[in-house]
Structure formats: C-alpha cells, structure tokens
Write a protein that binds this ligand. Structure first.
Ligand code: SF4
Ligand code: SF4
Length: 246
C-alpha cells in the first residue's frame, strides 16, 4: 500500500472510531436525560442567555466586539472568514404567514460536546466551569470537530492573518480550528465577555452570561423560570446557550 493510501485509511479508521464513540456518548446522554436528567457538575458552570426580543435588527455591535477582542479573522471572503458569533435569518410559519427573524449563533459550550469527544489529540476540551476550548498548540487541524459539531460553530484557519488588534492573545496560525471561548480570559478576571459588554452599552441587553449552577444568578433564574429554548436539544449535547423568543 502506498504511503498516501495508508494515511487515508488510517484517518478514515480514526474518524469512524471517533464518530462511533460520539454516537455512543450521545445515546448515553440521551438515555440519562430520559431517566430524569444527568446531575450537573458541582462548581461554577457558565451559560448564556440570548433574548431575541431585545436583539436589534441589523446590529453588529456584539459581532464587532468579539472580532476585536479575540482577533477573529475576516478576509471578506465567505469561504474562509471566521465567525465566533454570527447572525442568521430564520424563517418560520406563523398563522399562515412567513415571519423572518435574526438569530444569534455561537458555540453552545455543550455539556456533552461532540467536538471534544472526537478530537484525537484532546486539543478540544471542556474546562471545569463548562467552557469548551481549543488548545491552539495541540490542534493538528484534522477538522473532525467541525464535522462533529451539529451547530456549525467551528471554523478553520485557512490563512494566517495580519490584523491582530488585541496583542494580549498569541497569534493563531493557519491550520488550526477555533470557535467562541466565551471570553474565558475575561471571565477568569471577573469581566463579562466582550459581546455581552458591548450589547449592554446599548441599553437593555439581549445577551447575558451567568453561572447556571447558582440559583441566585439572574441567568440561572431566567433559565429555571422563563420560557427558554436550546438548539437541537434532542441530540443530547446539552447546550448551555439558552434562547428567549425563539
Ligand atoms: S456548539 Fe459545537 S463547537 Fe461548541 S461545544 Fe457544542 S459541539 Fe462543540
Ligand atoms: S481540528 Fe484540532 S481541535 Fe478539531 S478535532 Fe482536529 S485536532 Fe481536535
């Protein structure tokens, strides 16, 4: 067998094994939820609430803040641009007519993250506080996580980029995957994620971050008492981004 064929076969086998593990874990998570739900881990557990009624149409303040804070690459080429947070237009039928609304999408920091479960080198992992992170130095660029993520929240660095406004972060080179890290570096210092802070500056905020394990936290309270939804809940990924008004 030629070297190229061997590498292809090895990658295929690894992908099949990884997807098999993911399927098993999703089934396990689903099974547990069916039995009354898995106990959340102790300690802080970050989550986000998106109130779509307060999200201003056409507003890109949170998207811009995220880009500047985290040096998220934008080349003006939709094939390679990276979006840690993005807005998409969603249509739905309401009483015989079609309504369109903008929905903010970002990494859901799933409690059962398939991206982490398929990563062959543990470059993607869930922190003790529930934030799902990519270690840029471990990532080998296989892109299994991009295939496994049911929310299309993962992006690949096809190119190095020169625009690096926030020198606090190390430069990410081409060839690695990335997605929203909930501004973990800011949360660790008691600050809110850049998108939340930017949205709050406009007035009543559409975005809020909080500790889902703290019953007194406003986000945890809203999740417990208000009508909120998560995306693709049936997959058993247990997302920690909640939507109001979806
Ligand atoms: S949304 Fe996608 S990238 Fe984020 S934790 Fe879930 S599976 Fe991973
Ligand atoms: S692209 Fe990187 S983070 Fe994603 S699965 Fe491969 S090694 Fe892990």
């Amino acid at each position: 067998m030629e070297r190229r064929e061997f590498l292809k076969a090895a990658a295929g086998t690894a992908a099949a094994a990884a997807c098999g593990v993911y399927a098993l874990r999703v089934l396990t998570a689903k099974g547990m939820e069916g039995l009354g739900g898995e106990e959340p881990p102790a300690g802080r557990r970050w989550g986000m609430l998106v109130d779509l009624a307060k999200c201003r149409e056409g507003c890109t303040v949170c998207l811009d803040a995220c880009r500047s804070e985290n040096n998220v690459a934008f080349f003006g080429d939709p094939r390679i641009d990276i979006h840690w947070i993005r807005k998409v237009a969603v249509r739905k039928q309401v009483g015989g007519r079609t309504e369109e609304k903008e929905v903010l999408l970002l990494c859901n920091h799933c409690d059962e993250p398939p991206c982490a479960q398929v990563c062959p080198v543990q470059a993607t992992y869930k922190r003790h506080d529930g934030i799902v992170i990519v270690d840029q130095h471990r990532c080998i660029g296989c892109r299994y996580c991009m295939i496994a993520c049911p929310y299309s929240a993962r992006y690949f660095n096809f190119r190095d980029h020169e625009d690096w406004p926030n020198r606090e972060h190390a430069r990410r080179s081409h060839g690695v995957a990335e997605s929203c890290n909930l501004c973990a570096h800011r949360l660790d210092r008691g600050r809110k994620p850049a998108c939340v802070e930017a949205c709050e500056a406009l007035g009543p905020a559409a975005l809020a971050v909080g500790d889902l394990n703290d019953p007194g936290d406003p986000v945890a309270k809203a999740v417990a008492t208000r009508s909120v939804k998560r995306l693709k809940e049936d997959l058993g990924t247990r997302p920690k981004v909640y939507y109001e008004g979806l």
